[in-house]
Design a protein around this ligand. Structure first.
Ligand code: MF3
Ligand code: CO
Ligand code: CO
Length: 295
C-alpha cells in the first residue's frame, strides 16, 4: 500500500470525531499529531472528560446521594413537612462527610429541592405538609471531596390515584429510554429524541426550559442535555463524559411558570409533573450509572 492511502489530508474529516476538517482540528500544517480526545473536547465543546480517578470519586459521591435518597424514602409519609426532609438530607449529607450543593447555590436557601405534584422542579423546602395522594420529587447533590453527584427520584405519599401513577411511570420510562441511548458514537440528540418519543407517545409533554448537564467537577458543566431533540444531533458521546439525564415530564402541557420565590417551577395548566435523575458515565462499551438505583 502506498503512503498516500493512509495519510490524512488537510481537508479530510478529522479522525477524532469532531466532524471538522483535519487542518482546522488535530492537524497542524500537515504534521500529524496524536489525537488527544480530552483536550479536543475541552477546546471545542468546553467539556471536561473525567479520568478513572475522577470517576471513582464521583462514584463515591453517587453512593452518598443514594444513601440519602434511601433514608428520605423511610420518612416520607402523610403529615411530614418538606422542612423535615430538608433537615434529614442536610444532616445525613454532613454525616457522610459531604456537603449539600444546593445550599446557597445561586441563592437557593435550602439543602435539597423538593417538588410536589404540579411543581416541576426547584421546590423550596418549608412548612408545607405532605398529603395522602401526593407525588414528591426529592433532588439531592452531595459534594464529596470536591466531586459532585446529582440524583433525584419520585416518592408516593400514602395512596395515589391513576394520574399520579401514570406520570411517575412515564417519567421513569423516560429516564430509562434516555440511559439506553448512552454509548460511544451516539449523540446528545439521540438521548433527547428517545425521551421525547416516549413521553409524547404516552400523551405527556417534555419540559424544555430545564435540561440535563455535565457534572462532577462542578454542579452544572457543559454539555447541556435536552430531553427533546433530533437523532444524530449535537455532541458525540465519548468515554469519560459524565452528565445527568433528568427528564421533567408533564401530564398536560409543557409550559411552566416560576413562582414569586424565584425558584419554584410549576406547570401553567396545574397538571402533575414527575422527574427521575441519575448521573451517567459514558464507558468504552456503553453506560454506567454513578448513582445507580432501580428504575
Ligand atoms: N439538582 C438540580 C439539578 O438536577 C439543580 C438544583 S439547583 C438548586 O440540576 F439551586 F435549586 F439547588
Ligand atoms: Co441535575
Ligand atoms: Co438534581
Amino acid at each position: 500500500m502506498k503512503k498516500k492511502d493512509t495519510k490524512i489530508g488537510r481537508n479530510d474529516t478529522c479522525p477524532c470525531g469532531s466532524g471538522k476538517k483535519y487542518k482546522k482540528c488535530c492537524g497542524t500544517k500537515g504534521i500529524r499529531k496524536p489525537v488527544d480526545r480530552s483536550s479536543q473536547y475541552a477546546r471545542q465543546n468546553n467539556i471536561r472528560l473525567k479520568t478513572p480517578a475522577d470517576i471513582e470519586m464521583i462514584r463515591r459521591a453517587g453512593l452518598v446521594a443514594l444513601d440519602i435518597l434511601d433514608k428520605v424514602g423511610t420518612i416520607i409519609q402523610p403529615g411530614i413537612t418538606t422542612e423535615e426532609i430538608n433537615t434529614l438530607v442536610h444532616e445525613e449529607t454532613l454525616a457522610q462527610h459531604a456537603s449539600p450543593a444546593p445550599l446557597n447555590y445561586r441563592g437557593f436557601p435550602k439543602s435539597v429541592c423538593i417538588s410536589i405534584n404540579e411543581v416541576i422542579c426547584h421546590g423550596i423546602p418549608g412548612p408545607r405538609v405532605l398529603n395522602d395522594g401526593d407525588i414528591v420529587n426529592v433532588d439531592v447533590t452531595p459534594i464529596l471531596e470536591g466531586y459532585y453527584a446529582d440524583a433525584n427520584q419520585m416518592f408516593f405519599v400514602g395512596t395515589t390515584g391513576p394520574d399520579a401513577q401514570k406520570i411517575v411511570n412515564v417519567a421513569r420510562q423516560c429516564l430509562k429510554a434516555g440511559i439506553d441511548m448512552v454509548r460511544p458514537g451516539n449523540t446528545i440528540g439521540d438521548i433527547g429524541w428517545a425521551i421525547q418519543q416516549l413521553a409524547e407517545g404516552q400523551g405527556c409533554s417534555v419540559v424544555r426550559e430545564f435540561v440535563g448537564h455535565g457534572v462532577g467537577f462542578e454542579f452544572h458543566e457543559p454539555p447541556q442535555v435536552p430531553h427533546f431533540g433530533q437523532r444524530g444531533q449535537g455532541v458525540k458521546l465519548v468515554p469519560g463524559m459524565v452528565f445527568t439525564i433528568e427528564p421533567m415530564i408533564n401530564l398536560g402541557g409543557r409550559h411552566l411558570k416560576i413562582l414569586d420565590d424565584q425558584w419554584t417551577a410549576v406547570t401553567t395548566d396545574g397538571s402533575l409533573s414527575a422527574q427521575f435523575e441519575q448521573t451517567l458515565l459514558v464507558t468504552e462499551t456503553g453506560v454506567e450509572s454513578l448513582t445507580p438505583y432501580e428504575l
